[in-house]
Design a protein around this ligand. Structure first.
Ligand code: GCO
Length: 451
């Protein structure tokens, strides 16, 4: 590893999200979120579980901050629960504001920068019921209203904001949803820039799921297909937010199935972020495919953009398989992904907002805590991240997913991503080998910096 390539003030962090961590889903005036309703619907989560308690960070945050302090991280990425701040539309819940104030102040006391996501999937159920959530353009104004409250109450201390976590996953089946989210992002960024940014001196960005698409052969057709796959997955969001419109190839293929931005929208959208948040875990192969097989316009499906995505080539997986079906260890993808984004978006500052590896549940604590695979994963991905940075990529931070094992959406508690093990009966946290590794890794950099 070449440690000299890291900039000053590089953020070393761990990441989390409100629904996956907080629990206390009815405490202190919180309203119900769409995820509260979703997980309480039978059949939606494979082990029938939910985030009612999750890992109880709402109550145990002081202990979790001790763990972060012991790791030596300089930042904590968490999301705010919109339904905790605005349980009923229009009315601010003071207890919700006060919870995040306590969390932020306790982090800062230990020298840990809060890095805040406004929406990490969970939104008030009320918005779903009133107009279908992100399916309606009405969400843009409501999101702006919520974002404004957050900037106003927390922005004196929060210097890193992101509007959405992985909207490209959330909107995967709907161009209309994506369109509304892109404009909602721009609405929040406008408010931040006009009212708060100068005085508060922070940065605002968005977090996308970034799968590296590797062309399956050297042919030009497959090369172009891999480009199209990225257009239909990542550039779908980043092009409008940075350049003011959807990727040209995407508009060409989808025609009138793709919503349009007005001239005003385009002006509002351009240069709409200060940094790009990259969640990178895995890579896939892409092969050119023909129209009749692909049925474009039906939503961002596995073969969209006339590009067939797969995890293997002739039966050989793209990287070492893990316990998680969609996650293969292909660390080269980190360098390729970062270099691709650097080139396409003129080296806009980038932050790795998530990187990590899942393990299946195992009742044996010793086995789960001896997570050699996660250590190998992180250290290999770091090698390739450093390579990209040595070649000039402007990467300003790295967050491991996650601080703790937690509620993994439709997989419930069957998959563990934590640097610390959580016993879901006692809620006891136990460091895994990867926690020790990350701590030593960060410490190595600190020693270097002070020499
Ligand atoms: C996501 C979220 C995380 C996940 C993590 C592991 O990617 O859906 O950002 O909440 O838990 O990525 O799958």
């Amino acid at each position: 590893l070449d440690r000299s390539s890291l900039p000053d003030n590089f953020l070393f962090g761990v990441a989390s999200s409100s629904y996956q961590f907080e629990g206390s889903y009815l405490s202190d005036g919180k309203g119900l979120s769409n995820w509260d309703i979703h997980t309480h619907t039978p059949g939606k989560v494979i082990d029938g579980s939910n985030g009612d308690i999750a890992v109880d960070q709402y109550n145990l945050y002081p202990e979790d901050i001790d763990l972060m302090d012991s790791l030596g991280v300089s930042s904590y990425r968490f999301s705010i629960s919109w339904a905790r701040i605005l349980p009923k539309f229009g009315d601010i819940n003071k207890a919700g504001i006060s919870y995040y104030n306590k969390l932020i102040d306790s982090l800062l006391l230990r020298g840990i920068q809060p890095f805040v996501t406004l929406v990490h999937y969970d939104i008030p159920q009320e918005l779903e019921e009133r107009y279908g959530g992100w399916l309606s353009p009405r969400c843009q104004e409501d999101f702006g209203y919520y974002a404004d409250i957050c900037f106003k109450n927390f922005g004196d201390r929060v210097k890193y904001w992101t509007t959405f976590n992985e909207p490209n996953i959330q909107a995967i089946k709907s161009y209309r949803t994506a369109h509304n989210m892109i404009l909602a992002h721009a609405t929040a960024v406008d408010i931040y820039r006009a009212k708060y940014q100068k005085e508060q001196g922070g940065n605002i960005g968005i977090v996308l799921d970034c799968i590296w698409f590797e062309q399956i052969s050297n042919s030009t057709a497959d090369m172009l297909a891999a480009d199209r796959a990225e257009d239909f997955f990542l550039n779908w969001f980043l092009d409008p937010i940075i350049f003011g419109n959807y990727p040209a190839e995407m508009s060409k293929i989808l025609g009138s199935n793709l919503p349009r931005f007005s001239r005003n929208d385009k002006e509002k959208l351009k240069n709409g972020l200060d940094f790009i948040g990259i969640n990178h875990y895995t890579s896939e192969y892409v092969q050119d495919c023909i129209f009749s097989v692909c049925e474009p316009g039906t939503g961002a499906s596995w073969t969209e953009g006339l590009a067939r995505r797969s995890q293997e080539n002739d039966g050989v997986p793209i990287g070492k398989p893990t316990d998680v079906d969609w996650l293969h260890i292909y660390p080269q993808g980190m360098e390729k992904m970062v270099t691709y984004i650097k080139k396409r978006y003129n080296n806009t500052p980038m932050i790795i907002t998530e990187n990590g590896c899942g393990q299946l549940n195992n009742p044996n604590l010793t086995i789960v805590c001896h997570d050699i695979e996660r250590v190998e994963y992180m250290s290999a991905y770091w090698d390739f991240l450093l390579l990209a940075m040595e070649k000039g990529a402007d990467v300003r931070g790295y967050f491991a997913w996650s601080l703790l094992d937690n509620f993994e959406w439709s997989y419930g508690y069957t998959q563990r991503y934590g640097l610390h093990h959580v016993d879901y009966t006692t809620l006891k946290r136990t460091p895994k080998l990867s926690a020790t590794w990350f701590k030593e890794f960060i410490a190595g950099y600190k020693v270097e910096e002070s020499q």
